[in-house]
Design a protein around this ligand. Structure first.
Ligand SMILES: *[C@@H]1O[C@H](CO)[C@@H](O)[C@H](O)[C@H]1NC(C)=O
Ligand SMILES: *[C@@H]1O[C@H](CO)[C@@H](O)[C@H](O)[C@H]1NC(C)=O
Length: 711
């Protein structure tokens, strides 16, 4: 009966080799009992899975004809029948032979060439190779001629639950903040199962916790691990070991399982305040310790770690708040007390400070637990140290008049030994600062006296250093700078600020300003200089010049008339008395030289010489030298000419020989002979009138003056 039903089905696929599927595709066409009968010898009968589940799984695959199934890991006494090949060719007329080739043909799968039964002769492992592709063919038994084209089919290895779940990434580590609320997610883990995930429950995993309760829980399906207790305290227990199991077959008994470990570390939150290790600290410090020196350290412990344990330290009270400071050492998490201002054992021997440590990073969730700070008391004892002398002032400024008498006292420095065993002190001058030994000091009382005369105009400041030495301990030395300022005394008379030379235009008007002069005085009176100018008493009624003081302390010299003529008088000397406003005042007389010159109409000086030629103003040096050279050449020619004429006994322009002689005698000191005429300007000789105003002493100066002026 089953054979016949099968043959009926096969008739539908006439020319092909029909693959006799282990599980008939017609699960809806035939009752399950029947298909099992059809699959006589099929290994599926050995499948331990419930029928219902298998049908559900299989139904997903659809209709695939050319497949056979074989159960993995089967090891019975006989080879397992996988399926049977069959052709609808008439077996009566010809003898048919079935041939198998492809994956594992002959080695794993063996075919009975007469019946077409395929057996697996080896144990199969789905996890190693899940399917085999084979080719089947029906040939004539005698001729081996193919009766059909070859046909390909697949043998699938069917899964059994032969693999346990595995945690490939384990063991695991995770962190969760301490004090977390119940149910806070920690992490999740994943196990894998090598069995077929789409067939059966062999790979259906369920997670559970074996160890680690009651602190943690796991969600069976998702493997999400959560806290199972609220407010776990890191300071009480920091690390938890959780053992997690994954079991396949949906967790049912008989399933395989794997385990892993998860180490959960609680991370810190700031739930603990700082607390000083001691409520009272004692430190001692020598009074002469350098500013900034660390005097001691205080530490507030904090059960938290990292930044949650960080505290900042402050001095919040005490009698030494101005002298000491505290800095926070983030590394050591302590506070360092340092000296900020100098100590003095003789003034105050101990200090008390109230220091506070306060957490830097406060967690508002725990601020209700009280202040996250603590205080402690610090007592600092000052120790005596042998100190050098102390001057009554850090610097001294002394003043002395420049005319102070030798050995007069300029000032005094004082110093004392601050120690209780107060030693007497001796003073001395650091001679490197007083190389000229300008001053002396009384070793006992510190009085500074003048050793050599002072001159303010030479040096205003004498900055020296005084040394104080303790007599009982010569190594205790102090130095102090003493600046001695020399005060001005009116010991210099004023004088012209420079050498003035004035020029007066012949054609100038009465009242014209010839020159403005100013005066200088080396002294430096407090209220500045005020100069008084006057003419010499015998010159007060000078008919030629007058003076007028200007607002800016300078003086203008004015011409009184316009009758100046350089032919008449070439140079005037005007002595001027300048007096300062010192007490008593000092004065001196300076003489101004005024030269009479020829000027252009607009008052530009053109010639200050009595010679007739006009000096063009603004000539270059070269041009002037050329002109002078010409003049000299001309003179030489004239002299030669005169000499020649003399030799010829011809009279000069001046006819009277005696006149000439008289002139010569009058102007030449030694009155040397006839040759002397050569030394005189011919023009002067030509014009006896000019002789009146001719001053021999200024002869040289005049020539010099012109060349100077021209330059
Ligand atoms: C001396 O000291 C005074 C006051 O400190 C200062 O003004 C002056 O410049 C100093 N003079 C010299 C030459 O160092
Ligand atoms: C004034 O000038 C005239 C010539 O111009 C001269 O004789 C007289 O001595 C001068 N007086 C004084 C005080 O210089």
């Amino acid at each position: 009966m089953p054979e016949r039903l099968a043959e009926m089905l096969l008739d539908l696929w006439t020319p092909l080799i029909i693959l006799w599927i282990t599980l008939p595709p017609c699960i809806y066409m035939a009752p399950m009992n029947q298909s099992q009968v059809l699959m006589s010898g099929s290994p599926l009968e050995l499948n331990s899975l419930g029928e219902e589940q298998r049908i559900l799984n299989r139904s997903k695959r659809g209709w695939v004809w050319n497949q056979m199934f074989v159960l993995e890991e089967f090891s019975g006494p006989e080879p397992i029948l996988v399926g049977r090949l069959h052709t609808d060719l008439d077996p009566g007329s010809k003898k048919i032979k079935y041939i198998l080739s492809g994956d594992g043909a002959g080695t794993i799968f063996q075919i009975n060439d007469v019946t077409g039964d395929i057996h697996a002769i080896k144990r199969l492992d789905r996890e190693e190779k899940a399917e085999y592709t084979l080719t089947a063919q029906a040939v004539d038994w005698e001729t081996s001629k193919p009766l059909e084209p070859p046909s390909e089919f697949i043998i699938k290895v069917q899964d059994i639950n032969d693999n346990a779940p595995e945690f490939l990434n384990g063991p695991y580590h995770a962190t969760v903040p301490e004090m977390s609320i119940l149910g806070t997610s920690v992490t999740n883990v994943t196990a894998t199962d090598a069995d077929d995930p789409v067939y059966g429950n062999s790979a259906k995993l369920v997670y559970s916790i074996l160890e680690g309760q009651p602190y943690f829980s796991i969600e069976p399906e998702t493997a999400i691990i959560k806290t199972a207790l609220p407010n776990m305290d890191r300071e009480a227990k920091e690390e938890y070991l959780v053992v997690i199991q994954a079991k396949d077959m949906g967790g049912h008994s008989g399933g395989l399982s794997g385990t892993t470990t998860l180490t959960v570390t609680l991370t810190d939150v700031n739930d603990n305040p700082p607390k000083f290790a001691q409520s009272l600290y004692h430190f001692s410090v020598p009074e002469d310790v350098v500013l900034g020196t660390a005097i001691g350290r205080v530490k507030a412990n904090d059960q938290d770690i990292g930044e949650n344990a960080q505290s900042s330290y402050d001095i919040i009270d005490g009698d030494g708040t101005a002298l000491f400071e505290i800095t926070s050492d983030a590394q050591a998490q302590d506070g360092i007390i340092r000296l900020r201002k100098p100590l003095d054992f003789e003034t105050k021997k101990s200090y008390t400070l109230k220091v506070e440590a306060a957490n830097v990073h406060i967690d508002p969730r725990f601020s209700g637990r009280g202040p996250f700070k603590d205080t402690a008391t610090v007592k600092i004892v000052v120790e005596d140290a042998d100190e050098p002398p102390v001057f009554s002032s850090p610097t001294y400024l002394l003043e002395v008049h420049e005319n102070a008498a030798l050995n007069s006292v300029i000032g005094q420095v004082t110093a004392r030994d601050p120690d209780i065993t107060s030693s007497p002190i001796r003073f001395s001058i650091d001679r490197h600062t007083d190389l000229e030994r300008q001053f002396n000091i009384n070793a006992d009382d510190g009085k500074i006296t003048l050793a050599t005369p002072l001159d303010r105009e030479l040096s205003v400041w004498h900055n020296i250093t005084i040394i104080a030495t303790e007599i009982r301990n010569h190594s205790q030395i102090s130095r102090v700078p003493v600046a001695i300022k020399v005060l001005d005394v009116n010991d210099n008379a004023p004088e012209f600020a420079s050498e003035y030379e004035a020029f007066l235009c012949e054609n100038g008007k009465p009242g014209q300003v010839i020159q403005t002069v100013s005066a200088m005085d080396k002294d430096e009176p407090k209220n500045g200089h005020y100069f008084l100018y006057s003419l010499l008493p015998e010159m007060v009624n000078n008919p030629n010049f007058t003076i007028k003081k200007n607002e800016d302390n300078s003086l203008s010299i004015l011409a009184k008339h316009n009758g100046f003529n350089r032919q008449k008088q070439e140079v005037y000397l005007l002595p001027i008395v300048i007096s300062d406003s010192g007490n008593p005042p000092l004065s001196s007389t300076s003489t101004l030289t005024i030269r009479v010159c020829g000027c252009s109409n607009d008052g530009v000086v053109q010639s200050c010489n009595v010679e007739a030629y006009v000096l063009p103003i603004g000539l270059s040096m070269g041009a002037l030298i050329a002109i002078l050279a010409c003049i000299i050449l001309l003179l030489v020619i004239v002299v030669l000419f005169v000499t020649l004429r003399r030799h010829k006994n011809e009279p000069l322009i001046i006819k009277d020989d005696e006149d000439v002689r008289e002139n010569i005698i009058r102007y030449d000191d030694e009155g040397g002979g006839e040759e002397d005429t050569e030394a005189f300007d011919i023009a002067t000789l030509q014009n006896p009138d000019g002789i009146n105003g001719f001053l021999p002493h200024y002869r040289r100066g005049l020539l010099g003056g012109i060349s100077q002026d021209a330059v």
